[in-house]
Every structure is written in C-alpha cells, then in structure tokens.
Design a protein around this ligand. Structure first.
Ligand code: AMP
Length: 482
C-alpha cells in the first residue's frame, strides 16, 4: 500500500541544505556546487529517506532528484566509512540502477561529487565498453555501485561483485527501464539482494506497470510528487509549428538564427534519422553531432562531452540515447519529429528549463502528426496551439533531390557566429548506416525506420492541411480528446 506524503508536513520552500541533518562533509560538497537552497524534490524526499522509509518519487527530469536520493543515502552510509585498503571493508551498500549508460554515468558523476569529502567509494558499470577494468575496480571494493541492469548481471555472473550487503537500492528512471524491457533483468537483480533494505523508485510517470513494480519491491512506500504528474515543466516556453517534412531543417536553422541560440538539442524518432539529419546540418555549416544507439559507447560519451563543453552546437539525438542527459543552460529543445510516445515529449522538453531556468521547446508538426499531438495535449492537459511557421525567406526553392532527402537546399539565412564550424566543413563520409539496413532489436523493422517516399515539393509557405495560414489557430485536436 502506498501513502501520500502529508502536505502539512512539507518543509517551507525554499529550504537551505544546512537545515537538514546532513554531515558537514556532505554540506560542504553541496556548497562547493553552489547550491544554496533545496529543490522541491530534495526538500520533500531527503527527510523521508533519512527516516528510513521507502520512496516512490514522481519527479520530472531536471528537478534535482539525483541529489535527493544521493545525499541522504551517503549520510546513512557514513557509518561504514573507513580508510582500510581491504576490499572486504568496502562491500556494495547502495545499488543505483539506471536505464542508459548516459544516465548511469551522470548519476555516478553526481555521487562522486557529493561524496568527495568522504571516504566512501563509488563506481559505475555499463555495457558497450570493456568489462575488465570495471571488474578490477569492483574487486577493490565500492560502497556505491551505479549500473545499467544488463552489465550488472554480467558482473554478478562473473562473480565480480557480491550484493549480499546491499542496504539501499535506487531504481532511477524506472519507467524507462520498463520501456526498454529491463523488467526481467530487474527482477533477477532484485532477487539477489537482501530482503531487508530501503528501496527508492523514481519515475517521471506512475503507470500501472510502475505501480505493480513498486507493489512487488517496495515496502509501505511514501509517495513524493513535485510537479503535477505528467505536466510539462512550467518554465519551458512551448511552441508547435506547422511545417512540411521538407521544410523542417530550414525551420530549425531559421529559429537558431532568429533567436541567436547558442546550443540546441534536436530530437528525432529513429537512429537512421539522427545520423542523416546530423550529416545534413553539418553540410549546412552547423557544428553538429549525433547521439543514438548505434554509436559505440565511446562515441556517445565523446559526443556528449563535446556538446557539454560547447564545442558542438547542435546535438541530434534519439530518445533512448538522450535519456537522463543533464546539460546546464540548454536553451532549446527541438522536436524535429513528434515523439510516438507522448511521455517522451515530457522527457524531451525536460532537457531545457532545468533546475528552474527558463527554456524553449519547439515541436515541428506535419499533417501526419495530428494524432500524436493530440496524445501530448491529453497528457500535459494543456490546449496546444499549432502556429504556422513564418519563414524569413520566401524565395521559391528548388524541389528536393530525389536521391537523398537529407541533402536538399543550402541555407539561405545567416548562421550565428558561435554556431559556425570551428573546422572546415567535411565532405560527407561514408557511413555504414547507409550501407546496411537498420535492424531493430528483435529483428522487426519498426514502421518509422522504413524509408518514406519523398514528400511532394511544396514551394509555398508550409502549412499543414489542418491549419489555416497567417494566424494562430487553436488546436485542431478537439475531436480526439478523451
Ligand atoms: P537532476 O534532476 O538530478 O538531473 O538535476 C538537475 C540539475 O540540477 C543538475 O544540473 C544538478 O546539478 C542541479 N541541481 C541539483 N540540485 C540543485 C540545487 N539544490 N540547486 C541548484 N541546482 C541543483
């Protein structure tokens, strides 16, 4: 059975970290980060975790939930802190499971930051890279282990880690772990852990599957919610523009130029689409990289680092690859493709406007996307206005070439200086993605991976058949509401 957190007992926000029963070592680490007051999820969850309760946390990305679980767990583990070199003195006490390599890596970086003044050790393990260095590190002993489920099972089977002293378990982004199909792995991992433990589950949404998971593995959890469930971050300015497929790239370039955007994350629905679009933007002279599941782990981390450093200005990503990304001050998220799953919309736009900053989200809508936009509207419980996109340059454009739908018009609007290439534009490299058919996991090729026929050329302003041009229109999606 779950209990709702009593709002009367909520601390008055914004509360300072030093009002918490946290050790000075942890408070110093927080101060080093420049955090002064707690975010709402921190103010609510930290005292509950310190009190030893299981937690079911509904927190959007960007709410500060990593510190919300890391700080109290580190506090509780301080009693085990020791300087012994013996691995036996450093058994795994806390296990954090995350759906993707990027999220695991990010959580691990945060845990290291918060634990930096303590003797507690932490490490991260995920697939796609050599298992041996991870095995060696595990064998030296770590108190906090952050892992993706598949690689953790490999380590368990190879007896690289023993989990019989685990006292705390965090299931981070649990909804995405289920989406990816990790439920059997999670069940196996949880079966290896002591029954007597404290379990925290964080999820952007509480679907019936998440509730079932919580019922099976959490004991009398306290439910903590910080934003209206499934509501999009209120700090994000959301726009939906009607465009044709062929005009999407031009729309992105024009918005980047018009708003002088320093960096942008561009979401697409397929790996193949991400690789193609990144190459097309590169040819437009935008410094771009792609982040998708067909890239090696090393390539993905490098792409992400380059983007975080500001060396790359446009990151074209698929949902799974981008899950859990935390990029400070990301000004805009483009939904180049409307996501197939409305919940992904909430995750995507949560990449901007993080930790209370303002952000912009731009969704490019074609006439085929009406149903998907309706799903988003129902999920976020807000009326969506689809605006016609006003292109700056209405010169007739040559129709797209048939051979390559990603290699059409040259840019006609200026690109802000900071977006310009730092290196000369490269000739298109050969890309194995184009030489072999994409194979989805399980062998089936999803509908969206099948190449679409080129859209008919539309030289005039791109307005969906649903949209009356030249004026803002209320959503046309009323019919599908429910
Ligand atoms: P998370 O939701 O855990 O991914 O955190 C989102 C971002 O908020 C990260 O960049 C954190 O460094 C930042 N953050 C976490 N807690 C605070 C805080 N109390 N004050 C300001 N920023 C924070």
């Amino acid at each position: 059975m779950t209990h709702s957190f009593d709002p009367a007992a909520e601390p008055a926000a914004p509360a300072r970290f030093d009002t918490l029963a946290l050790d000075d070592k942890l408070l110093r680490a927080v101060a080093d980060q420049g955090y002064e007051t707690m975010t709402p999820i921190q103010a609510k969850a930290i005292p509950i975790v310190l009190a030893g309760r299981d937690v079911m946390g509904a927190a959007q990305t960007g709410t500060g939930k990593t510190a919300a679980f890391s700080l109290p767990l580190l506090q509780k583990m301080l009693r085990h802190e020791n300087a012994s070199a013996s691995p036996a003195r450093h058994p795994v006490r806390a296990l954090v499971l995350a759906p993707t390599r990027e999220l695991a890596d990010q959580v691990a970086a945060s845990v290291k930051t918060y634990a930096k003044h303590t003797l507690l050790r932490s490490t991260v393990v995920f697939g796609g890279i050599d298992i041996k260095p991870q095995a060696l590190e595990l064998k030296t002993g770590v108190e906090v282990l952050i892992a993706t489920p598949g690689r953790l099972l490999d380590h368990i089977e190879s007896k690289n880690c023993v989990l019989n002293q685990v006292e705390y378990v965090v299931l981070d982004e649990a909804d995405r772990m289920l989406d990816i199909g990790f439920l059997p792995d999670l069940q196996r991992i949880l079966s290896y852990l002591p029954k007597q433990r404290q379990t925290l589950l964080f999820s952007a949404t509480f679907s019936p599957e998440i509730r079932r998971l919580a019922q099976s593995y959490l004991q009398d959890p306290v439910t903590v919610e910080v934003a209206q469930r499934n509501a999009a971050a209120s700090t994000v300015e959301q726009h939906f523009y009607s465009v044709t497929e062929e005009d999407k790239r031009r729309a992105v370039r024009q918005l980047v130029a018009r708003r002088e955007l320093s960096q942008a994350l561009v979401f697409v629905n397929s790996k193949l689409g991400a690789a193609r679009l990144a190459r097309a933007f590169e040819r437009d002279g935008l410094n771009t990289t792609a982040l998708h599941g067909d890239k090696s782990q090393d390539e993905r981390l490098k792409a992400l680092d380059a983007f975080k450093r500001g060396d790359v200005h446009l990151l074209v990503a698929t949902d799974v690859a981008a899950r859990g990304l935390d990029i400070v001050d990301l000004p805009v998220v483009f939904n180049y493709d409307v996501p197939f799953n409305a919940e992904d919309y909430v995750h995507r736009i949560g990449r901007t406007g993080r930790a209370g900053q303002s952000g912009l989200s731009v969704t490019l809508v074609t006439r085929d996307d009406t149903r998907l936009v309706g799903d988003i509207e129902r999920l976020i419980k807000k009326k969506i206005e689809i605006e016609p996109f006003e292109f700056d340059d209405e010169r007739p454009r040559r129709p797209p070439r048939r051979a390559r739908d990603d290699d059409d018009e040259r840019r006609s609007e200026p690109i802000p200086e900071r977006f310009a290439e730092r290196r000369p534009p490269q000739a298109p490299a050969t890309d194995p993605l184009f030489d072999q058919p994409y194979e989805a996991a399980g062998g089936a090729v999803p509908q969206w991976e099948v190449s679409q026929p080129a859209p008919p050329p539309n030289p005039r302003r791109a307005v969906s058949a649903n949209i009356k041009p030249k004026r803002k229109v209320a959503s046309l999606l009323g019919g599908g509401r429910g």
